[in-house]
Design a protein around this ligand. Structure first.
Ligand SMILES: [Zn+2]
Length: 189
């Protein structure tokens, strides 16, 4: 009985040692190709300065709270969504451009704005594709394509494929994430 217990402990220890030393084949390293989104990379990202990422225009979280109103902060930095219909630019039909409320980058033109009936300002294209970036957004049990400002990373809205031609796209934006510059003001700048 005593020997059985000793063998039992030895056996369990051996199994444990083998299990601990088992190589982790869940991450397969391809020579010359860096592994993205491993636990190590995610830990590294957590050490980036607040408001970090690969964006040119960077501010700390404290600075963003000083620059933006609480509503702008909730949307641009927190990925929030404003109420439909009662927002500032849904009904705006004036000529001009819409810029990022966080960093001032030009985003959309009134030339590409249309009434989507959704209650949010909608455009069938940005002024240039390079001005916005797309990201996969899996919040609220949906998979959507999020649109962020390519200069500061601020959340602007989402893009859907039910827009008018020629693109068939609907860039559904939050008014509070943008500032509007009227055409005549634009010229005087
Ligand atoms: Zn921006």
């Amino acid at each position: 009985m005593k020997y059985a217990a000793i063998f039992g402990i030895l056996f369990l220890t051996t199994v444990l040692v083998i299990a601990i030393n088992k190589p982790d084949d869940s991450i397969k390293k391809v020579p010359g190709v860096p592994i993205h989104a491993t636990a190590v990379n995610i830990a590294d990202n957590d050490t980036l300065p607040e408001g970090g990422g690969d964006f040119t225009f960077k501010r700390s979280d404290t600075e963003w709270k000083e620059i933006l109103t609480s509503k702008e902060y909730r949307i641009l930095r927190g990925g929030g969504t404003e109420l439909p219909y009662v927002n500032e630019y849904d009904n705006n039909k004036e000529k001009g451009i819409y810029v990022c409320a966080g960093c001032g980058q030009k985003l959309y033109s009134s030339e590409h704005k249309y009434d989507s009936g959704t209650g949010w300002p909608s455009y069938w294209r940005p002024i240039a594709d390079s001005l916005v970036e797309e990201r996969i957004d899996k919040s609220f049990f949906m998979t959507r394509i999020e649109i962020v400002c390519s200069n500061c990373g601020g959340h602007l809205g989402h893009v859907f494929d039910d827009g008018p031609q020629p693109t068939g796209l609907r860039y559904c934006m939050n008014s509070a994430a943008m500032d509007f510059i009227k055409a005549e003001d634009e010229r005087s700048n």
